[in-house]
Design a protein around this ligand. Structure first.
Ligand code: SF4
Length: 206
């Protein structure tokens, strides 16, 4: 699938940062003007700690500075009575498990509508990529069942999904947990899992 990390994530962040700094595109930003962005990558995922690719944004990774793993974070949140804190993620992440989709559907109708529209809009790939000749072969879906999100079986894991994922993972990984709660690995817009090769039952048919 044509990946669109830059188009959907990095670009809007850069635009917002430029606006906040008072230098909207294409105004030149002086050398000494920059924002510091704190990105919550823990030590388990240190390889995902990446620098921004422009001078006016500097990425900091405070959890790595603290030498905190995911377990450290969970312990800390639990000590504050915040054990239920969900992972932060992009709204339309194709790595969501069913629980995350249900949470959006059941708690935020506007966001659910938004994400259903986004899912429909990506069916033929990214419009800009298509226009430049990189057409998507096949269709893209956000949900691994490869049906429109509005019809996807997010209230239960289907036998077909379970069997496909278990086969890919050799039966060793916690398949049901992942299908229900999504991928555990951390990420950030600078280290999006979608920029890596993925197995095509993530709803990213190519
Ligand atoms: S993998 Fe992470 S950065 Fe990429 S779309 Fe999902 S939540 Fe966003």
């Amino acid at each position: 699938m044509q990946r669109s990390t830059g188009e959907y994530k990095i670009k809007p962040i850069k635009k917002k940062v430029r606006d906040l700094l008072g230098y909207p595109y294409p105004t030149r930003i002086p050398k000494d003007v920059f924002v510091e962005q704190w990105v919550g990558i823990s030590t388990d995922e240190f390889h995902r700690a990446k620098d921004a690719d422009v001078r006016y944004m500097r990425n900091r990774h405070p959890l790595i500075d603290l030498n905190w793993s995911r377990d450290n974070c969970i312990r800390y949140l639990t000590s504050l009575g915040l054990a239920d804190t969900p992972k932060s993620s992009c709204l339309g992440c194709p790595f969501h498990g069913n629980a995350q989709w249900r949470h959006i559907r059941d708690t935020s109708p506007d966001e659910w509508q938004d994400v259903m529209e986004f899912d429909a809009a990506i069916r033929k790939g990214n419009a800009r990529a298509n226009a430049s000749g990189n057409r998507l072969l096949g269709q893209a879906f956000l949900h691994r069942s490869r049906v429109p999100l509005s019809e996807a079986p997010i209230d239960h894991v289907t036998a077909a999904e379970w069997a496909a994922r278990q086969q890919q993972l050799g039966g060793h990984a916690p398949v049901v947990e992942e299908l229900e709660n999504g991928v555990v690995d951390g990420c950030s817009p600078w280290a999006c899992r979608g920029a890596e090769p993925v197995q095509d039952d993530f709803g990213l048919a190519s």
